[in-house]
Ligand binder design. Sequence first.
Ligand code: G1P
Length: 287
Amino acid sequence: MIRKAVLPVAGLGTRMLPATKAIPKEMLCLINKPVVQYIVEEAVAAGIRDIIFVVSRGKESLLDHFDLDPELEAELEAKGKEDLLAEVRRTSTLVENLSAVRQKKPLGLGHAILMAAPLVGNEPFGVLLGDDVVDGEEPALGQLIRVAEELRASVIAVERMPREEIHRYGVISGAEVREGLYRIEEVVEKPRPEEAPSDLAILGRYVFFPEIFAYLEKTPPGAGGEIQLTDAVSAMVRDGHPVYALEIKGTRYDTGNPEGFIKATLALALKDPQLGPKVRQFLRAWL
Ligand code: G1P
């Protein structure tokens, strides 16, 4: 059973400045919930009970968001605001076990995950990256967990990307073992379009078995002087460990940049039973 998930949320959010000057990018609001809540809800829906945030300075509000707020609850109760009270309580009880570890220096995604090793211990775990919101019927992490439990191996989420966008992602290649599932043969971080081994780009969901930590420990700084998760996975694959890539069913939005953020906002608003018709009408008037 996979019960723990690591959420690396130490990044600066430079692509969203100045919005992210004084608030964490993960706390930016999509409709009426911060981005991080969508990600935590996905993890919980996939059976995760322990959330481990890898934070940096100034990210305390992320923890507060999922913690109890007795004063606010008492006030909402006294005012008879039952709906809001229920929503606030749901948020603060969503995560059974909440913990955080500090990444003191921005040394990369691989380094961030390594910081969580003592809290993860010797068991498989999920990783969810804070920019990627995935909208779909089955939680993206849940899709990975099913395959990881079946194959007893690490599994990484991928999606097909147009060539001109591939340079922004980790890219895998491998043999298709069944529809949409590949045994990874090669993985490269942010390749030039002509060097990309395929059009299968990594999206921010992973399930790892604990051997990843040994590889992260010996991974030297790579692209941008950072310890890259992709390099550790690549070394694991070279040593013959089976690592799989699964094409995820669902739509992924990169909320870490304005364009992706707007797309996510619009898509979620259009799907919302209350907001949908009004937003659609508003947009029609503009188009
Ligand atoms: C990270 C990973 C990359 C992956 C991407 C998904 O990159 O290093 O392999 O494709 O997340 O969002 P970042 O977006 O942090 O540069």
